[in-house]
Design a protein around this ligand. Structure first.
Ligand code: PMP
Length: 466
């Protein structure tokens, strides 16, 4: 009973899942399931909704992976990709360039803080972070500071799935079974106020994080440290919103010590926090490099990039090694279809969606916050249109006990039944819907989440584990 299929042939949801189990290796599999997993089929999307293989309509709670910012099935975005592909589907970025990439670079630089002036386009977030790290290595080599290469990262961080970017990842499960360039990376604490030491004030916690950073620079030596890489809000780590003033203080230490500050805005840029970039507009910092991806095309095309400061480029141009080469480039750098759709996507964001996101964010946060009434919920936190519901077995100890493991998956299963896709992260549920979500749709989303968590509590009680 060989099953074969071609694109466009109508398969049932089960048939498609069966094909995937036979032939598709999906991201983030376990050893026990690799190449044989049954994941939910998503058949189509429209606005903030997606439809699963059985025809069930769901609110796209995580906007794919924090990316479908302007929502699904935007005809103007589909049209611009078609038009660009019909005009020019590809050009080599090694010795030619296309118009869309130049126009997009200028638009992006116009929104970027400080003197960030030039954009290098990549295929996504990992390649953007990788490009920034290799740029730091090149920059310090050309300046003759060949020992200044260590990278500071933090617990709870997620920066990618290429070797060096993945070496920065700070969530334990990212590294438990995977190797990394550990000799190149130094890990600091996550700025997670919820998990700060018991009894410590937020102000004292912030001071302790800054002191740790300063002491690390002193201990290792600024002449050995090339860059700090940080998400303004640690996204996959559980929407960790740092305490006020922490980021500006870290930024100052970096400047004082000639350490490049790389702000990883793969999640936070292009509207998630109501602005094109959040570094300056939300957190008051002007980084040396910003990395972005995801929302730049609202996920319609794989595109990312890094924005580099004019000062760094000038230093390189004036260096004693004018023929030194930044031997780094991707076949799909500056892809014309990606750049064209990003331009149209930026039109939509600037044309009202950013303003809508800013207007609706307080309501989104306030409604989700009401879930703290449920005894399983330890904290609801967030900023802009990203939030996290963190479940705890016991509120006083905030203990992620064994029952917490996969409690997010239990909630997701109930919510799926009720019409909401949730992104489960062990004991957490992350919400980052398309930015076009209305107040009524927020009510629906929170109502379903409340019911999904309530049903999970019932299950846990029935099983006698809670
Ligand atoms: N940086 C951050 C902050 C991310 O959240 C992600 C992806 N979730 C990445 C980098 C990697 O991006 P990509 O998956 O597009 O390679």
């Amino acid at each position: 009973d060989m099953m074969t299929a071609t694109v466009g042939e109508a398969l049932s949801g089960e048939e498609a899942v069966e094909l995937a189990k036979r032939h598709l290796v999906q991201p983030w599999p376990t050893a026990g399931e690799i190449g044989a997993e049954a994941r939910s089929l998503i058949g189509e999307g429209e606005g903030i909704y997606i439809t699963d293989g059985s025809g069930k309509k769901l609110i796209d709670g995580p906007a794919g992976m924090w990316c479908t910012n302007v929502g699904h099935r935007r005809e103007e975005l589909a049209r611009v990709m078609y038009d660009q592909a019909m005009q020019l589907s590809y050009n080599t970025p090694w010795y030619t360039m296309n118009e869309a990439s130049a126009v997009l670079a200028e638009r992006i630089a116009g929104h970027a803080p400080g003197d960030l002036s030039h954009v290098f386009f990549t295929t996504g977030g990992s390649s953007a972070v990788e490009s920034a790290l290799r740029f730091m290595q090149f920059y310090n080599n050309v300046r003759g500071r060949t020992e200044k290469k260590l990278i500071l990262s933090r617990g709870g961080a997620y920066h990618g799935s290429t070797y060096l970017s993945a070496s920065l990842n700070g969530r334990p499960r990212d590294r438990d079974w995977m190797d990394g360039a550990d000799d190149l990376v130094v890990k600091l604490s996550s700025p997670d106020p919820f998990r700060r030491p018991a009894g410590m004030s937020i102000a004292a916690f912030t001071d302790s994080l800054v002191a740790e950073f300063e002491e690390t620079v002193k201990r290792i030596g600024a002449d050995k440290i090339g860059a700090f890489v940080g998400e303004p809000v640690q996204a996959s780590g559980g929407v960790i919103v740092p305490p006020e003033n922490y980021l500006p203080r870290i930024r100052k230490i970096c400047r004082d010590n000639d350490i490049l500050y790389v702000s990883d805005e793969v999640v936070t840029a292009f509207g998630r926090l109501g602005h094109v970039f959040a570094s300056e507009d939300v957190f008051g910092i002007d980084p040396d490099i910003i990395t972005f991806a995801k929302g730049v095309t609202s996920g319609y095309f794989p595109l990312g990039g890094m924005i580099v400061s004019e000062r760094l480029l000038q230093e390189l141009r004036r260096s004693n090694h004018p023929s030194a080469m930044y031997a780094h480039g991707l076949t799909y750098s500056s892809h014309p279809v990606g750049c064209a759709v990003a331009l149209k996507n930026l039109d939509l964001l600037e044309g009202g969606i950013l303003a809508h996101a800013r207007a609706v964010a307080p309501y989104f946060q306030a409604q989700l916050k009401t879930l703290e009434e449920l005894p399983l919920v330890g904290e609801v936190r967030g900023v802009g249109l990203m939030a996290c519901v963190e479940c705890v077995a016991d509120r006083d100890s905030k203990n992620p006990l064994e029952l917490d493991r996969n409690v997010g998956m239990r909630i997701d299963a109930h919510c799926h039944e009720l019409g909401l896709l949730v992104r489960p992260l062990i004991n957490m549920c992350v919400m980052s819907p398309p930015l076009t979500i209305t107040k009524e749709q927020i009510d629906d989303m929170v109502g379903i989440l409340r019911e999904g968590i309530s049903r999970t509590m019932e299950d846990l009680r029935k099983e006698g584990v809670w």
